[in-house]
Design a protein around this ligand. Sequence first.
Ligand code: SF4
Ligand code: SF4
Ligand code: SF4
Length: 314
Amino acid sequence: MPIKIAGESLNACSGCEISILDMGARLLTLLEFATIVHFPLLMDNKHDHGKNNSQIIKLPKADVGLISGSIKNKEHLELARAMRDSCDLIIAFGTCATHGGIPSLANFYRNDELLGHCFNTVGTDKADSVPSDAVLPELTDACYALDEHIRVDVFLPGCPPHPDHIFRVLQSIENKESFCLPEKSVCDNCPASREGRMQVKTLKRSLELPQWKVNDDTKQGFKCFLEQGFLCMGPVTKDGCGGNKGLPRCIMAQVPCRGCYGPVKKEGNQRLAMLNALASNDIDISSLLETISMLRFSGGHGLLRPLPVIKESD
Ligand code: SF4
Ligand code: SF4
Ligand code: SF4
């Protein structure tokens, strides 16, 4: 019997689903052992709210449920719970689902600030034009990773996850094998040459390009971006973005790692780990313009919060 796959997107951008399509010809192999029973972004079906729109989300039963996106409103929450109920095994699909992802940058702001920023724009909308709850699902108090609300069986980070890993995880389920990415960092698979010491005391801004000269065959020859003084999140980011080839994608495009696979260990904190790495290499961390962006992919699990409101009388 082919395994039945269902998929849903919560607070997501559809990039994870595009990565499924990027499996290319392997999609045909996948369809030899799997059937897709529900996947609104890949096939023409939507979830059913039951008779008379009774608000009970009905989904077909499936062996595996892929959920992309984080949870930022009550509708995401209901959908995540409905998927948990209808699927035997849940995969947190992509870094939004595993760690909150880019949408969890919202956790640096209060909901009234977010709504004001989106809807109370000067010159276009009226200042009181925030849509009612009837139009806009009620926001949750924070942007949550999936496992903060439902039980998750497999974590597949990446923004988006590499197609090689999407195929491997589904194949391993079919073969009843376990699947997890190794707890290595992006640096572990990076061909940059390292001297083991920083060449600067303060980080450079990304207004200049790192030195880059690479041997086309070995892909080696360039100096570590971090040692050159550019913020590269490789030391604190989970390896895997290179798929079966292994070479980190941004690095090979001459761009420092931004951290999109989340922390090396699932429960890690990329901002603390990176500040620690910089400080222990004698970088003056007080010279950094900001550090919030070190959590730009992993601000769920309570790691990113709004600053407290200070009243004038305080
Ligand atoms: S993990 Fe990245 S690609 Fe996937 S939904 Fe989130 S932002 Fe989009
Ligand atoms: S810090 Fe960046 S450039 Fe240096 S080894 Fe790690 S991933 Fe490569
Ligand atoms: S190099 Fe870093 S930011 Fe780029 S794809 Fe890999 S993990 Fe993501």
